[in-house]
Write a protein that binds this ligand. Structure first.
Ligand code: GUN
Ligand code: ZN
Length: 374
């Protein structure tokens, strides 16, 4: 048995969205699913017990960050990432490809890999497909990602074509270098920007190789939403039905629903946790900036329609006070609520797929959230 398998349960008659299950060495989860981001082996401000309480099943962590600090050898010595951070659910690690491009200075791409400077110490480093596999094998994540190039938006067709071809060659090297296919699954990443021909080429190359699942990369990099939806419209049908599909870096409520409708099973994004630390909450009626003065005497919950621990026990006025005072507990409360909100949203999406009414659910949700307003 491969480490990671995908089981398609049904598709929504109204939208074509998929209800499925992903089986991993650290449990099974239903899809479509949202994965909270724990870049440095912690979902910022949340304990693993809280993640479990909010019903998170899989979290994401980063090869690049853990390689630089504390070093994958230390994580391996601890018994792997699950033991190191005391999280017994599933873990997906991104390969470092994206982080090298978004965080480091002075990067230089070659056929062998990427030269760059450590964004913390300034030290010169080199990351390659082989190195990214070795690090992820040491971390012991359930799902590893291939080492890819995620070009910025917009990129020219000619640049993107070269990049897609290099990403395919790197993908082949990742499969060869992956040492533990029996206990860790490796996903390939389809690139190609907004160009249909290149998405086709990338999907053709990668699906001819034996990956455990496929990601759509290179989206949510500054392009308009309708371009993302258009790219998904022509890309997800190129991916095999019997493997999981993961849209990288997407986490706004509307994009989660629109991605699921286009056949995506897995999503991750720093959005809910990042905006939480800045005093912004996702609610059923849209974004709420709880820092605002108008909430100083508002003794109601963050979201009237939310049954999370925070909404059952704390008020907007109290949370505003904590955040204005830079109190850690305030950030914990907004983070918990935001993650709960997205996990619950995906549960509602799965329920709607079961009942063939995701199209209706989308309409209602968009109306209430305020996406339909001009
Ligand atoms: N995170 C968001 N987008 C991407 C991507 O295109 N590649 C990788 N490796 N990670 C991502
Ligand atoms: Zn809540």
């Amino acid at each position: 048995m491969p480490a990671i398998t995908y089981e398609l349960i049904k598709t929504c008659k109204q939208t074509g969205a998929r209800l499925g299950k992903v089986h991993t060495p650290h449990g099974t989860f239903e899809t479509p699913i949202f994965m909270p981001v724990g870049t440095l082996a912690t979902v910022k401000t949340m304990s693993p017990e809280e993640l479990e309480q909010m019903n998170a099943k899989i979290i994401l962590s980063n090869t690049y960050h853990l390689w630089l600090r504390p070093g994958e050898d230390i994580v391996e010595e601890a018994g792997g990432l699950h033991k190191f951070m005391n999280w017994d659910g599933a873990i997906l690690t991104d390969s470092g490809g994206f982080q090298v491009f978004s965080l480091s200075d002075l990067r230089q791409i070659e056929e062998q890999g990427v030269h760059f400077r450590n964004h913390i110490s300034g030290e010169k480093l080199f990351l390659s497909p082989e190195k990214a596999m070795q690090i992820q094998n040491s971390l012991g994540s359930d799902i590893m990602m291939a080492f890819d190039e995620c070009p910025p938006y917009p990129a020219t067709f000619d640049y993107m074509k070269q990049s897609v071809e290099r990403t395919s060659r790197w993908a082949e090297r990742c499969l060869t270098a992956h040492d533990r296919p029996d206990v860790q699954g490796l996903f390939g990443i389809v690139q190609g920007g907004e160009y249909e021909e290149l998405r086709k080429q990338s999907a053709r190359d990668l699906t001819s190789m034996d990956f455990a699942g496929y990601a759509v990369g290179g989206l949510s990099v500054g392009e308009p939403k309708d371009i993302m939806n258009k790219v998904l419209d022509f890309t997800t049908p190129l991916l095999p039905d019997n493997k999981a599909r993961y849209l990288m870096g997407v986490g706004s409520p509307d994009s989660l629903i629109d991605g699921a409708i286009r056949g995506i099973d897995m999503f991750d994004c720093v959005l809910p946790t990042r905006i939480a630390r800045n005093g912004t909450c996702m609610t059923s009626e849209g974004r709420l900036v709880v820092r605002n003065a108008k909430f100083a005497r508002d003794f109601t919950p963050l979201d009237h329609n939310c049954d999370c621990h925070v909404c059952r026990n704390y008020t907007r006025a109290y949370i505003r006070h904590l955040i204005k005072s830079n109190e850690t507990f305030g950030f914990r409360l907004t983070t918990y609520h935001n993650l709960y909100f997205l996990l619950k949203l995906m549960e509602q999406v799965r329920e709607a797929i079961k009942e063939d009414r995701l199209g209706d659910f989308r309409e209602e949700f968009f109306e209430q959230y305020g996406f339909n307003k001009p």
